[in-house]
Design a protein around this ligand. Sequence first.
Ligand code: G3H
Ligand code: 13P
Ligand code: ZN
Length: 310
Amino acid sequence: MPLVASFDLLRKARAGGYAIGGFNVNNMEIVQGIVEAAAELRSPVILQVSAGARKYARPAFLSHMVKAAIESTGVTVALHLDHGESLELAKQCIEGGFTSVMIDSSAKPFDENVAITRSVVEHAHTRGVQVEAEIGRLQGVEDDVRVAHGEASYTDPAQAAEFVRRTGCDSLAVAIGTSHGAYKFSGEPRLELARLEEIARALPPGFPIVLHGASSVPAEAVAEVNCYGGRLSDARGVPEEAIRQAIRRGVAKVNIDTDLRLAMTASVRKVLTEAPEEFDPRKYLGAGRDAVKLLVAHKITDVLGSDGKA
Ligand code: G3H
Ligand code: 13P
Ligand code: ZN
């Protein structure tokens, strides 16, 4: 089974009332943990590579690992560039076999965002590659971008519709109160679900909406990190029930990175703390891989509803 197009997965998910996990990958154990869970549950998944991940792993490595994972499990996988910041980067990833790319010019003024997104769409579509774009701004931190509280802005439904019409993008990331990282809310978690409904109504029927910053930051994972020497205070994510509600309102792709990081970090810390004499990386990275697999299986069956859909 070769890599598949994200678009087909997302359209089917939207029509079927479930969502596809957009899981970020940074190393071999993360790729394997996700793909093994997906294979056992017959769930499609989108594996996504950020600019930072690509730089960390070196450009060709993650995409080759993903292809190897497909070869060995036959799982249905789309390979996606997460938060691409330029046409140049999108071109390189398309050249490297990615099946979809995100262009994130959400920090730019509306017309500039439209123009850059349009240029990526024109390049990608002639090569059979789909494009995710973003309008509205999520607060939070990624490798190369930091968006402070006051600079975040929610997606306007009418603008979202105009943006999709003018750019021809295939899916749209929206800002409805989520943010990247482990510190999403200082008070009670709150998503603007009414706004999401309006956005879904304004977009063409069945158009796939993407929710970034959708990690739930499980209290048990945070507690485990802290129990084994970590220091994460006041970490808080999006409740899983809120994600389910967002899926019912049109979200077809749910982006998860932080929860994978927490799962892996907690288990690596546990092994190294409980067996201080251990120095074989396979022991702690292997435990990390198992933790990633467990987490992804939980997301697929209990949150996304994508099991059995491959
Ligand atoms: O949305 C951002 C992802 O969590 C990727 O984060 O840029 O640190 O790889 P990164
Ligand atoms: P989290 O930080 O909530 O996992 O979000 C990841 C994400 O949006 C990747 O694009
Ligand atoms: Zn994101």
